[in-house]
Design a protein around this ligand. Sequence first.
Ligand code: PLP
Length: 326
Amino acid sequence: MAATRLQLAHLPTPITRSDALDALVGTQVWLKRDDMTAGAAAGNKIRKLEYLLADACEQEATVVVTCGGYQSNHARATTLLARQLGMRAVLLLRATRPNPVPDRGNAFLDALAGADIRPIAPAQYADRMREMEAVAQELRAAGERPYVIPEGGSNGIGALGYVHAMAEIREQLDAGVNDAPDRFDAVAHACGSGGTAAGALLGCAAREVAPRVLAMAVCDDRSYFEATIDRIVAQARALLDEPHPQAALRVLDAYKGPAYGIASDEQRRFIAQAARACGLVLDPVYSGKALFGLSRMPDKPRRVLFIHTGGLPGLLAQADEFGLQG
Ligand SMILES: Cc1ncc(COP(=O)(O)O)c(C=O)c1O
């Protein structure tokens, strides 16, 4: 690959299996534990940030500007990794109420690491690229060198993180990890901004990991993601130094629950069942909805590699919603 990569994540992440999880999901599932890519910066975002922050460093950036929901995992990972590299972060976070307090989950970690948190209303967030560019202008005028990262780290550079991840998985399969097949029937994961899917599509085909990727939407809909992922794939292809084939994409948008960031009672029950069946902790915004969706698919693939993309702080921020008794 032509792009530079910083080594920020603990790799390779394990590929694990559990009979109890197979029984819960109703098919054979191998888990790619990308929830274990790091300590507090863990999750799928760090793989994208290995490339994005390498680019920021090459450009001698002093500050990183990014955006996301108020409980964005991407914003939290960006803040912590930027600090690790001697930069600060300015975060435009979508907030539905004025003056939110960053007292839990991802937002708490952002505040702990001294991110410049700028809550913005949903209407303003709709124009997030322009809003971030305005912040970048302001920072330039103050003598800083800003580096703007789009929502979720999802552009061509960020997607390279999951092209690389598929090469890592190929090596694990070649080494015979946990009775995994030589090739899965599908790779599945939560899809929020499309970058993971774009990278997985390219890497999956090049490394013969699986013929298809199931992108389990947690917001928006199928046609939105098909177009978005296509665009990111084209950007990533332009950065790769050899032609890359592409696996088949299937976007599933029927399992995203009541709204982005809000899980149904059934989804929360599924998350508790996974924790109780085999100690697997999923979050109610991304991985919990995605694995729930896989378990409810009428035509589940037989052997699936499910990428656990992390999101633990988002779960902890919603502890009250689970209504568990001691
Ligand atoms: C925990 C977690 N899982 C999955 C995703 C989805 O990844 P992507 O934004 O690349 O679609 C995100 C971010 O949006 C995330 O934070």
